[in-house]
Design a protein around this ligand. Structure first.
Ligand code: FPP
Length: 224
């Protein structure tokens, strides 16, 4: 059976869910956050060590200001409400992406990372203002600055995810089959599961089904 250490998720479909319910896109984001909470609990139960969540991409800045503002206020509330409990549960929070937000949110993110930095039960990587191409370009720039040789090892070591294993599984909800500039380097050998359900409808049974299916897959990594 395949061991499972790292799950990455593109949580797509909040906006459509809200509109389908004759409410707003923001209502969908609020509901999406409930799914985030459920998936964190389930990941702890399954002893998954790393959970990487795509919460805001470098391209998401193109959205209406009101939606961006709502998403960040949701994130602030989420951190204020949960960070102490995360710490108790030995969850480590780590942000991947460029921390270029309001002073208040930058501070909150840094404090949350610091508070939980020694924890090792589950590491949640929150991808915020994250874009994979810019992450890779940044790695090359650091390598050049340090005068190192370009190799798979030096590139991997200079990504945001340098100290963690690549994802075993990528899940994308929302009936869209693309990677949207998410972890392009790290997903080279991940098993990809595209789900029709919109993120707010995704539940622990769906998550467990994917994990069970993953465990049965023969992973060859180019071998036979
Ligand atoms: C994609 O759905 C979702 C996002 C861009 C944001 C994800 C945010 C959450 C799940 C809630 C907040 C999370 C945290 C961790 C605070 P979409 O809006 O692109 O959906 P659509 O394809 O239906 O428009």
């Amino acid at each position: 059976m395949n061991p499972i250490k790292h799950v990455a998720i593109i949580m797509d479909g909040n906006g459509r869910w809200g509109i389908n319910k004759k409410r707003s896109r923001n209502f969908g984001h609020k509901q999406g956050l409930k799914t985030v909470e459920k998936i964190i609990i389930e990941s702890l139960k399954k002893n998954i060590k790393f959970l990487t969540l795509f919460a805001f991409s470098t391209e998401n800045w193109k959205r209406p200001k009101s939606e961006i503002k709502f998403l960040f206020s949701l994130l602030e509330d989420f951190l204020v409400k949960n960070i102490k409990d995360f710490n108790k549960k030995k969850i480590k929070l780590s942000v991947i992406g460029k921390k270029k937000f309001s002073k208040k949110l930058n501070k909150l993110l840094k404090e949350s990372e610091k508070l939980t930095s020694k924890n090792n039960k589950l590491q949640i990587n929150l991808a915020l203002n994250y874009g994979s191409k810019s992450e890779i370009v940044n790695a090359f720039m650091v390598i050049k600055k340090k005068g190192l040789k370009i190799s798979e090892k030096t590139i991997s070591r200079n990504l945001y995810t340098s100290d963690i294993p690549d994802p075993d599984i990528l899940i994308r909800t929302g009936n869209t089959n693309r990677l949207s500039n998410f972890l392009l380097w790290q997903l080279a050998y991940s098993e990809i599961f595209f789900e029709k359900k919109l993120w707010p409808d995704f539940n622990k049974n769906d998550y467990n089904r994917i994990i069970n299916n993953y465990k049965k897959i023969k992973r060859n990594f180019g071998n036979i």
